[in-house]
Design a protein around this ligand. Structure first.
Ligand code: SF4
Length: 315
């Protein structure tokens, strides 16, 4: 691990100003960043520990939704009675992620910002455009069973690993931020993740040093809210595919898919096909998919998972 300096600011303004400095990185739960620092994939020269900021509350918004502080731990978010009652998809997705110990440490903002689990990204002997721009992509002709089938590029076929983000995408969450100069903004989660294109190292719309303060949820959607995660072992594994479904009594709903793309994958037009069944939804959802030989199984697997969730929601 490279040497770094450390500070623990007491106010949001101090944190945002410190995070804007060259080489600075925010740290909260550290469940991904510490591993990346040990491997020297992330090499911050200054760590800004934000754990002392009062961003660990879940509050009701005037619009009838919820504002989730950036530092709310995944365990606390999943267990909150308002989340369990009105945003059950979020609770189900959260408890499908990682392990109990990791969920106790992991924060809402950190979960959104975790890096891909592509094995070549973590193997510093191998080319990886995301880790070292311009070096190539070892996954294209390597072991890519776990990787993306849609929304990928010639430069990178990695997936985003978050379960939580799949639920947030289906629920139309938004991300609130502040910059070092004090400017704030709200980014709809639809616009939060960037497609890899030629710059897979740029994963989100955040400017350097821009700090996530909260995630907001709009008023509850109602309906049945279900999440299915298919993985190689029963727990503590990333998704081969995951499907989040909201299905309301009038037949309308939302579908978001994980484990298939560099961001939570949702195509709103596909949701108009919910009444026609999983195959019709997936035809639109996965139009233009470019699976590899090793991961083409993800497309029928996602369709079968959605069919099972639809049957469960209607039962
Ligand atoms: Fe790197 Fe992306 Fe290729 Fe994986 S898929 S090796 S993360 S460039």
């Amino acid at each position: 691990m490279r040497a770094f300096t450390y500070e623990k600011p007491g106010t949001l303004a101090e944190a945002a100003a410190a995070g804007a400095l060259e080489g600075a990185k925010y740290i909260a739960g550290g469940t991904n960043l510490i591993d990346l620092m040990k491997l020297e994939i992330e090499t911050p020269t200054h760590l800004v520990d934000v754990n002392g900021l009062a961003l660990d509350r879940i509050e009701e918004t005037e619009a009838g939704g919820l504002r989730i502080g950036a530092l709310v731990r995944n365990t606390d978010l999943a267990a909150d009675p308002r989340i369990r009652r009105d945003y059950a998809l979020l609770t189900r997705a959260l408890v499908a992620g990682a392990s109990g110990q990791l969920r106790n440490k992991a924060t809402t903002a950190g979960n959104l910002l975790q890096r891909t689990r592509c094995a070549y990204f973590y193997d510093t002997n191998m080319p990886c455009n995301k880790r070292r721009p311009g070096s190539g992509c070892a996954a294209l002709d390597g072991v890519n069973r776990q990787l993306g089938v849609i929304g990928t590029s010639e430069a990178c076929i990695a997936t985003h690993p978050s379960d939580m983000a799949i639920a947030l995408r289906a629920l139309d969450a938004a991300v609130e931020t502040v910059r070092g100069d004090g400017e704030t903004r709200t980014i709809p989660i639809t616009d939060f993740y960037r497609p890899p294109g030629d710059t897979p190292e740029i994963e989100t719309d955040l400017a350097p040093g821009e700090f996530i303060t909260a995630v907001t949820l709009p008023p509850p959607l109602g309906g049945a809210q279900l999440y299915h995660k298919a993985r190689d072992r029963a727990s503590y594994a990333f998704a081969l595919i995951s499907v989040g479904l909201v299905l309301r009594e009038d037949g309308t709903g939302r579908v978001a898919v994980g484990g298939v793309a560099p961001m939570p994958w949702r195509i709103e037009a596909a949701e108009a096909e919910l009444g026609q069944g999983a195959a019709a939804v997936c035809e639109t959802l996965f139009a233009g998919a470019r699976p590899t030989k090793q991961n083409a199984f993800k497309l029928p697997l996602a369709e079968r998972a959605l069919a099972a969730l639809l049957a469960e929601a209607r039962s």
